[in-house]
Design a protein around this ligand. Structure first.
Ligand SMILES: [Zn+2]
Length: 332
C-alpha cells in the first residue's frame, strides 16, 4: 500500500517563522480546548467568570464596558469607577504566554516536573518557570487552613532534612532526630482528607504538635496513633479519644487507615525530595500544593484536575499578593 503523504506537510514547509508561530499557537489552543474545555483565556473567562466582580473593591454586578483594544470584554465598576477584565488581579493578568501554555505548565506541575523541564517544554525561561510555580502555589496559599478532619483520624510525624543547614559550612549529619531535621505533622481521616503541616525542627513537643494540627481536627475525633506521648495535648485540645496502634487485622478501617498514613508519609517524602534546593521556609507552600493535588485527584472523575487548577487560578485574587512585590529567589 502506498504511504499517504501528510497533506499539511507542504503547507507548513512554506510558512515563515512568524506564520509558523501563529499556526503552532492555533494548534495548541485547539488541543487545549480538547483537553480542558477551553482554548483561550477569554473562552475560559466567559464560562468561569461571566460576571466578574471588581478586583479592587469587590463590588459585584457591574456594567459591561466596551472591550479592550485586543477585544477582551471589559467592565466598569459602579462603586469605584475603575475598569477591569476577567483577568485583572489574577496570575494571568500580565502573562505574555497564552492559555494553552499555562495549561501545559499546570499539567507538568501536576506531575511535579523539574523546573528546567517545565521551562523547556513551555518555551519560557527558568526564572519565569520559577515565578509561575510560586504564583500557582501562592494562589493556593493557606489552602489547608480550611481542611478539617473528623471521625477517625490517623496521625504521625515525618522528618525532612533541612537543606539550608545541610549547605552550611561545618554542618555534619547527626544521628537520630537531630535539630537539623524539619518535622512535618501528617494526618489523614477515614474520609481520606489529608493534612501536612510544618512542625518546627527536631522531635516536636506536645505543644508544637497541638499548634500544627488542632485547627485541622474536629472535636470528638478518634485518634489512631503510635502511643507517642506528645500527641496527648492535641487529643485533649479537641476532646478526642485515643486508640494506640494495636494491630486489629480484622478491622478493615484499621488496615486501610494504616496503609493511608504510611503511604501519605512516603508520598510526601518523594514529593519533597523531587524539589532540589527547596528552601525550608517554603516547605509549607509545597505541602499545600501536595495536599491540593491529593484532594483534586480524588475528585478527578468529577472534574479533570488541570481544568480545576486553571479555574482556581482564574477565580483567585492574586492582585494584592503580587503587588506586595515579593522577591523570588533563584532556588525553590
Ligand atoms: Zn470597584
Amino acid at each position: 500500500m502506498p504511504r499517504r503523504e501528510n497533506p499539511y506537510a507542504g503547507m507548513v514547509d512554506g510558512l515563515t517563522d512568524s506564520q509558523l508561530m501563529e499556526l503552532s499557537s492555533a494548534v495548541a489552543a485547539r488541543r487545549c480546548r480538547d483537553d480542558v474545555g477551553f482554548g483561550t483565556f477569554d473562552e475560559a473567562a466567559a464560562a468561569w467568570k461571566p460576571d466578574p466582580r471588581c478586583p479592587w473593591c469587590h463590588h459585584e454586578h457591574n456594567h459591561r464596558d466596551s472591550s479592550t483594544p485586543s477585544g477582551r470584554p471589559r467592565w466598569v465598576c459602579t462603586e469605584c469607577g475603575r475598569t477591569y477584565t476577567a483577568l485583572t488581579g489574577t496570575v494571568f493578568e500580565e502573562s505574555k504566554k497564552d492559555f494553552a501554555t499555562w495549561s501545559q505548565f499546570v499539567r507538568l506541575m501536576c506531575y511535579n516536573a523539574q523546573l528546567d523541564l517545565a521551562a523547556e517544554v513551555c518555551g519560557i525561561t527558568h526564572q519565569t518557570a520559577f515565578e509561575w510555580r510560586h504564583r500557582v502555589m501562592a494562589t493556593l496559599g493557606g489552602y489547608q487552613k480550611r481542611i478539617v478532619l473528623r471521625d477517625r483520624c490517623w496521625i504521625d510525624e515525618m522528618y525532612v532534612e533541612d537543606s539550608i543547614l545541610k549547605n552550611t559550612p561545618g554542618y555534619r549529619t547527626m544521628r537520630g532526630l537531630s535539630r537539623n531535621l524539619i518535622c512535618v505533622s501528617v494526618a489523614i481521616d477515614v474520609h481520606k482528607n489529608p493534612v501536612a503541616a510544618v512542625c518546627g525542627h527536631g522531635k516536636p513537643s506536645g505543644k508544637r504538635i497541638k499548634d500544627a494540627l488542632s485547627s485541622h481536627i474536629a472535636e470528638g475525633t478518634t485518634f489512631l496513633h503510635d502511643k507517642e506521648r506528645a500527641h496527648n495535648p492535641l487529643i485533649r485540645a479537641v476532646k478526642g479519644t485515643s486508640i494506640a496502634y494495636k494491630a486489629d487485622t480484622k478491622d478493615p478501617d484499621y488496615l486501610e487507615g494504616m496503609k493511608m498514613v504510611n503511604s501519605l508519609c512516603a508520598w510526601v517524602r518523594r514529593f519533597i525530595e523531587g524539589y532540589v534546593g527547596m528552601k525550608p521556609e517554603n516547605l509549607q507552600e509545597y505541602l499545600d500544593w501536595y495536599v491540593y493535588l491529593f484532594r483534586v485527584k480524588q475528585a478527578d472523575e468529577k472534574w479533570p484536575k488541570i481544568a480545576r487548577v486553571l479555574r482556581h487560578l482564574m477565580l483567585t485574587d492574586a492582585h494584592y499578593r503580587s503587588s506586595r512585590k515579593r522577591k523570588y529567589p533563584h532556588t525553590g
